[in-house]
Design a protein around this ligand. Structure first.
Ligand code: F0G
Length: 434
């Protein structure tokens, strides 16, 4: 078994065939991960191969995910892969945002530049490839919006039927619109994300539908490419910190696994520290980690945040995320609705922009530098997970002073930028421009 599924639970470590349809370990119920017996080539050969592929016109070489396929060799036949040329996302410097975050400099890795506008594409291309390899016809996911947009696109591009389940009234129109446009059958369920995930797992089993939530180990394999590409773009120079928002904690798990694997292959000399940031009203992982092993994991039954992408009270991947935070000597922080909104406006004013959940990164960095956890001169990469146009309603409300937190508390437009209604009068407009 060169590639296989492995139980993540350190006390179990049961192995299963890579082509079995499993989401949890049948022996102990633990999470599963993809694992490989064969070590890929030496670091220099890998780096050179990946560089050379940038010059190729072959679709899989142009993909910022499949370019690094030696790091996730789970497919026997590459024809199952479907690419929309995902990945290839830039590293952007942002002096204004750095100052706001209390740093001398900051780099954003902007996953919003992906084909469907979020980091989900990095994982979905792999999840859909595995679905095709298994001969599945229908795929399903529950989503706060981005997973569904991505799954709809990749499944349709790959000739599969996408079935989407979303919390009614709780995802942004931008994301819902994508699912509809990409041709997914879309069910708006009157329940929250965590309840719908339980429902969809039952349906998937009953109807033989392949589940593409981040519990799917192949999505995690694809999301490793975010940190692999990041290191490649940085000439393999390891930053001090990688900061990312935490919802279902799939991305935290993927980053940690990718970094550890790069380290053990000698591609990077040491691990960067991970900092995961949650929204205050939806922060069960923060609370669990803060208790430092003294309490069990308590899901939040009524998660609340305007950053709907991370409105998740019972994140499935928390055991993996805990492991990765400990391995990387990382931290978990949480931020308020006001802090997210202001940080988002600053990222916007930097000319970069992102959706609300992504801005939790900069808000978290501001708190972590103020607390002395992240040093002012640290080399920090913050991952912006979604595109600015994912949630325009939020933006308009913030800038016009109409944004209200789920608690009913108004959010101040600290960096508000009101549109100005003017008469068709050059003199008046000249006067206003000043
Ligand atoms: N940022 C954005 C923009 C997201 O869409 C998500 C998750 C996260 C951060 C959190 O990532 O779950 O790996 O910790 N969105 C999922 C979805 C849950 O359904 O689109 P995570």
């Amino acid at each position: 078994m060169p590639a296989h599924l492995l139980c993540f639970n350190r006390a179990c470590r049961a192995r299963f065939d890579i082509a079995e349809v499993l989401y949890n370990c049948p022996d102990c119920g633990g999470l599963l991960e993809a694992a490989y017996d064969d070590t890929p080539a030496d670091p220099e050969t890998l780096r050179r191969t990946w560089r050379e592929r940038r010059l190729s016109d072959a679709p899989l070489c142009q993909s910022g995910v499949w370019r690094y396929r030696e790091m996730f060799p789970f497919l026997e036949d590459e024809h199952h892969a479907v690419t929309l040329r995902e990945g290839n996302t830039p590293l952007l410097d942002a002096p204004l945002a750095a100052g706001y975050g209390g740093l001398a400099s900051i780099t954003f890795k902007h996953q919003g530049f992906n084909p469907t506008g979020s980091f989900k594409d990095n994982g979905m291309t792999c999840g859909v490839a595995q679905a095709r390899r298994l001969g599945m016809k229908r795929v399903a996911c529950v989503s706060t919006g981005n997973t569904s947009a991505s799954m709809a696109a990749y499944a349709s591009a790959g000739g599969l039927e996408p079935l989407i389940f979303i919390p009614h009234g709780n995802i942004s129109y931008g994301k819902l619109a994508q699912a509809l446009e990409y041709g997914a059958r879309t069910f708006q369920v009157e329940a929250n994300f965590d309840q719908i995930l339980a429902l969809v797992r039952t349906l998937a089993e009953r109807l033989g539908i392949y589940l593409l939530n981040s519990i799917n180990p192949f999505r995690i394999e694809g999301q490793k490419s975010i940190v692999i590409e990041m290191m490649d773009q940085r000439g393999w120079r390891v930053p001090d910190w990688i900061v990312l928002p935490g919802g279902n904690l799939g991305n935290t798990s993927a980053f940690g696994k990718g970094l550890r694997e790069m380290h053990s292959l000698g591609l990077i000399p040491h691990l960067p520290r991970l900092a995961v940031v949650q929204a205050e009203g939806s922060s069960p992982f923060y609370e669990y980690m803060r208790a430092n092993g003294l309490t069990a994991f308590h899901p939040n039954e009524h998660p609340e945040t305007l950053a709907t992408a991370i409105k998740i009270g019972d994140p499935v991947s928390w055991p993996k995320a805990e492991f990765e935070i400990r391995e990387s000597n990382g931290v978990v922080e949480r931020v308020t609705e006001q802090e997210i909104a202001d940080a988002k406006a600053v990222i916007g004013k930097s000319g970069i922009g992102c959706e609300p959940a992504s801005a939790a990164t900069l808000a978290g960095i501001r708190k972590l530098t103020a607390a002395g956890v992240i040093h002012r001169d640290a080399d920090v990469v913050a991952v912006l997970t979604g595109n600015v146009l994912k949630d325009p309603d939020y933006i308009f409300r913030y800038h016009t002073g109409q944004l209200t937190a789920p608690s009913g508390q108004p959010i101040s437009p600290t960096y508000g930028n009101q549109p100005i209604v003017v008469p068709n009068d050059p003199a008046r407009i000249t006067e206003l421009i000043g």
